[in-house]
Design a protein around this ligand. Structure first.
Ligand code: ZN
Length: 347
């Protein structure tokens, strides 16, 4: 049946642009496909393929290739010769590894679908897919993602739901064109602060993780949809607590003094600090108190504020208030009346 279909395609001449051999139980790719050099789209989905013939690498004009629902155990090496490829479907295979050299020839790739495979890790060379706009990695076994992935500046949609991710790299903030980020059903405990730099992000799905609190600058995001159900989010249930005596280290006291001096324009410390690289480094770790605005270094009170975002965006139905991480410089600020910051009770 497959061979007959192919013949029909051939009768269309060497200019045949599209061939579908979907659902034919093929165990090997029929010969002759490689003699259609003008082929633009090829579907081999829903078959029993585990490898591709070398000749297939000759389809230099192919822009779309569908190898979904086969039994590939790795991303076929020949793909790197398909230098015109823009859309690649590899969903529903048994892929455990991707050879780093594959990315050498896939510079034009815009869309990559690797959903429903068995990938445990991604090679750092993935950053070579610099035209990629849409990446689908749902339902794999990824435990981490390489920070190099975050240099894909054109990426607009990233789907990583149903994996085993524990953390997300801080560098995620570099993906400035990201509009949709799906991280649901992983094991993520803390979202990186870098996430809040994604000013084009409109849809964030972090449902079904281990998130208790959102990053400090969460409100900088201009989200339209936020899915965060099934997380152990901090609840607004005030309990009384004992305030332990604050003990600041000499380094902390000095840093706070310098931060406050540096707010004065005429302070001689401006020049002194600039000339001391080590001091600059340490002082660059400055954080600011949400109550008084003063800078501090290593000692703070970990607090939470509850933000009602329901007016601004579509949010998971059973989430009413978003717990957002907030830092205060001291008990003096914490005990200041009128603010809406809460300490975090440790069970
Ligand atoms: Zn303060």
């Amino acid at each position: 049946m497959a061979e007959r279909l192919l013949l029909r395609a051939r009768r269309g001449g060497r200019g045949t642009r599209s061939v579908s051999l979907r659902g034919r139980r093929l165990q090997r790719v029929p010969r002759g496909l490689a003699s259609l050099p003008g082929l633009r789209a090829l579907s081999l989905r829903d078959n029993e393929l585990r490898c591709l013939p070398v000749e297939l690498g000759g389809l230099s004009r192919l822009t779309e290739l569908n190898l979904g629902n086969n039994i590939f155990e790795e991303v076929p090496e020949q793909l790197k010769y398909l230098s015109s490829l823009e859309k690649l479907h590899l969903f529903g295979n048994k892929i455990t590894t991707i050879s780093p050299t594959i990315f050498d020839g896939l510079e034009k790739l815009i869309f990559l679908n690797l959903n429903n495979n068995k990938l445990k890790y991604l090679p750092p060379e993935i950053h070579r897919l610099e035209n990629l706009e849409n990446m689908n990695l749902n339902n794999n076994e990824l435990e981490s993602i390489p920070k190099e992935l975050c240099s894909l500046q054109k990426l607009s949609e990233l789907h990583l739901s149903h994996n085993c991710l524990i953390t997300i790299p801080e560098e995620i903030g570099y993906m400035t064109n990201l509009r949709m980020l799906c991280l649901s059903r992983n094991q993520i405990g803390v979202l990186p602060d870098g996430l809040c730099k994604l000013r084009k992000l409109r849809i964030l799905d972090v449902a079904g993780n281990k998130i208790q609190i959102f990053p400090i600058a969460m409100e900088d995001l201009m989200l339209m949809e936020l899915y965060c159900e099934d997380n152990p989010l901090l609840q607004k249930q005030p309990v009384s607590a004992i305030q332990e005596e604050e003990v600041w280290s000499l380094k902390e006291i000095a840093a706070r003094l310098i931060f406050s001096q540096l707010t004065k324009e005429d302070s001689i410390l401006h020049t002194a600090v600039k000339q001391n690289l080590e001091a600059c480094n340490i002082l660059s770790k400055k954080q600011e108190c949400a109550q008084c605005g003063q800078g501090f270094l290593n000692i703070w009170l970990e607090c939470v504020r509850f933000v009602n975002v329901r007016q601004k965006m579509k949010i998971s139905r059973n989430v009413h208030l978003l717990p957002v991480r907030t830092l205060l410089c001291s008990y003096k600020c914490f005990n200041h009346p009128g603010h809406g910051f809460f300490g975090i009770a440790v069970p």
